[in-house]
Structures are given as structure tokens and as C-alpha cells.
Design a binder for this molecule. Structure first.
Ligand code: GDP
Ligand code: ZN
Length: 304
């Protein structure tokens, strides 16, 4: 019996990367799983057995408990969401950034922020200074909250080493809107990967194909990165509005001092969160997004 990680699932086969060894073993799942209604996922840590018929194939015998389990894309044991925005083209959408962070937090993942196309900060233009300042401020803001922030550029070939070190030993999914440079970044981080980028698909006159199987690729020495974007659905999960503050570390921290338990930090008296917004200790835009998301969850609850 051997231990390994499922790195790809395709046509009824689970491709298992043996612990501490190269190469993958094509495995079928043991019949019992189906009876129990369990399906192995990419990212599952498994015990498997190599068949003795010389086929080189194997059988997945046991799944180890999952730390997390994403639905879209279906991957187990993801630790980290790499949240990608371009410094410009398209402009950073802060609502979307906080949405991705919230989805990541509520899925139990750690978040790493990457601002791509940093070469565009050095293109001389009227508002180059303003853009630089904005990116610098955002970097400070999110780092203060506790999120690692990296700047990368495919054009200039910079920023990849620190990012790779931050992802070492983790299973990561990448998240970000279309056009921010996710495919370019994946191609750069995963040796040998050749995903179509927008430039190429535009040249060929077609959109990037979106339905692919899920696969984990090795990055660095012992990290894994999924080539399928995470959180393709931007709906907040069905959680109680009271839980949203868990997804905003600085709000969670300030909320310890609120007068009422279950304070939603909207209009309640004695709210320390709103006090911290007033003093500027908590960023006003972050707070607004928090309040918007609370409203979104409440409206949804009312509708059903
Ligand atoms: P995706 O839709 O998020 O996967 O983005 P792509 O990787 O397809 O990139 C979108 C566009 O941004 C393409 O035209 C890329 O050439 C361009 N792009 C990607 N990375 C960089 C970069 O570091 N600098 C600049 N200037 N452009 C980039
Ligand atoms: Zn409060």
C-alpha cells in the first residue's frame, strides 16, 4: 500500500502522484466508494495499491480526511487562494477583490493577493503617479490586514520568486476576473504549461475554452497549483450574516469590543467597528463592502 495525492481526474481514472516519488499512477476507485456515495476528488490524499497485472495501474483504497473541499472547481485540500488583479487594464475592482477574499475566507482558505502587469506602472503617462500611489496604498492596506501582497510582471519577468516561496508546500487555486493575466501567470509558474492567453485566442478568433478537466501542477519544490480558476461563481455562500465579519479580519478584531453580541456593525449602538471606521483605523471602503455583503445575504434570506 502506498500514499499519494490525486492530481488529475479524467474519464473514471484518478491519477495519483506517489508521495516522495515522480510519475503518476492511473488508478480506478475501489468499488466500495461508489456504494457509499463517495467520489474521490483532485487534491485528495489517498492510500492506493498498485495492481500486480503489470499494467502499471492501481486502485485507490482509502481517502484521508479533507481539510477543505471546494465545489467549483471540485478540489479537496486547497489551502490557498491566489487572488489576481492587474494593476491596470482592467482597473482594480475593489468590490470584487473583497468578494474574492470573502469567498476565500468562508471556504477556510488563506489568501494571497497578486497584482499583475506591474510593468504598466512604469509606462510614462499623465496619471502614472496616481496609479503607482493607488497600488502602493492598496498594498499597504491589505498587508496591514494580514494578506501577503505580491507584484508580478510577465513582460518584465519580475516578482515570481517571492510569490513561489509564499506558495511552497500548499495547494493553491487562482482566482480573478477575465483579462487580469491569470493564464499568463499560470504558464509562468508551472513549467511546461501552455494555456491559451487572451492574446492568442483573440488572434485565433475564438474565446478561451473554459471547460477543462481539473488538474494540479507542481510549482516550486512541493507546492501544487490548479489550472482551473477558483470561485467561478461569485455568489456568497449561504452563511448567517453574523458570520460575515469572520471574513474581514480587521472587522472581526474590532468587533470584540461591540456592546451587543451578534452586532452586525450596521446601526447598532456601542459598535466598535463603526467607531474604528470613523477614526480611519478600518478602511471605509472595506467596511462598505462588508455592509453590502451583509445586505446581500439578508436580501437573499428574505427572498427564500
Ligand atoms: P486571463 O484572462 O486572466 O487568463 O488573462 P491572460 O493571461 O489571457 O492575459 C490577458 C492579457 O493581458 C493578454 O493580452 C496578456 O498578454 C496581457 N498580460 C498578461 N500578463 C501581463 C503582464 O505582466 N504585463 C502586461 N503588460 N500585459 C500582460
Ligand atoms: Zn459592532
Amino acid at each position: 500500500m502506498q500514499e499519494g495525492l490525486i492530481v488529475k481526474a479524467l474519464s473514471g481514472f484518478y491519477y495519483v502522484q506517489p508521495d516522495g516519488a515522480d510519475g503518476v499512477v492511473a488508478c480506478r476507485a475501489r468499488g466500495l466508494f461508489k456504494k457509499q456515495g463517495i467520489s474521490p476528488l483532485v487534491g485528495d490524499k489517498v492510500r492506493y495499491e498498485q495492481k500486480e497485472d503489470g499494467s502499471g495501474e492501481g486502485t485507490v483504497i482509502e481517502l484521508h480526511p479533507r481539510s477543505t473541499s471546494l465545489v467549483r472547481p471540485p478540489i479537496a485540500n486547497v489551502d490557498t487562494a491566489l487572488i489576481v488583479f492587474a494593476v491596470t487594464r482592467p482597473d482594480i475592482n475593489r468590490t470584487l477583490l473583497d468578494k474574492f477574499l470573502t469567498l476565500s475566507e468562508l471556504s477556510g482558505l488563506q489568501s494571497v493577493i497578486c497584482f499583475t502587469k506591474s510593468d504598466l506602472l512604469d509606462v510614462p503617462s499623465e496619471d502614472a503617479e496616481a496609479l503607482k500611489n493607488q497600488v502602493e496604498q492598496l498594498r499597504n492596506l491589505y498587508e496591514r490586514i494580514g494578506y501577503p501582497v505580491f507584484l508580478t510582471s510577465i513582460r518584465a519577468g519580475t516578482g515570481f520568486e517571492p510569490l513561489l516561496s509564499a506558495l511552497e508546500g500548499r495547494i493553491t487555486v487562482i482566482a480573478g476576473q477575465s483579462g487580469v493575466g491569470k493564464s499568463s501567470l499560470l504558464n509562468r509558474l508551472i513549467p511546461g504549461l501552455t494555456l491559451e492567453t487572451n492574446e492568442i485566442s483573440e488572434k485565433l478568433g475564438r474565446g478561451k475554452h473554459t471547460t477543462r478537466h481539473v488538474e494540479l501542477f507542481r510549482i516550486g519544490r512541493k507546492g501544487w497549483l490548479a489550472d482551473t480558476p477558483g470561485f467561478s461563481q461569485l455568489e456568497l455562500p449561504d452563511v448567517e450574516p453574523e458570520r460575515l465579519s469572520e471574513a474581514f479580519p480587521e472587522i472581526a478584531e474590532a468587533s470584540a469590543g461591540c456592546k451587543f453580541r451578534g452586532c452586525l456593525h450596521l446601526k447598532e449602538p456601542g459598535c466598535k467597528v463603526r467607531e474604528a471606521v470613523e477614526t480611519g483605523e478600518i478602511d471605509g471602503e472595506r467596511y462598505e463592502h462588508y455592509a453590502d455583503f451583509v445586505t446581500e445575504l439578508r436580501d437573499r434570506k428574505r427572498r427564500y
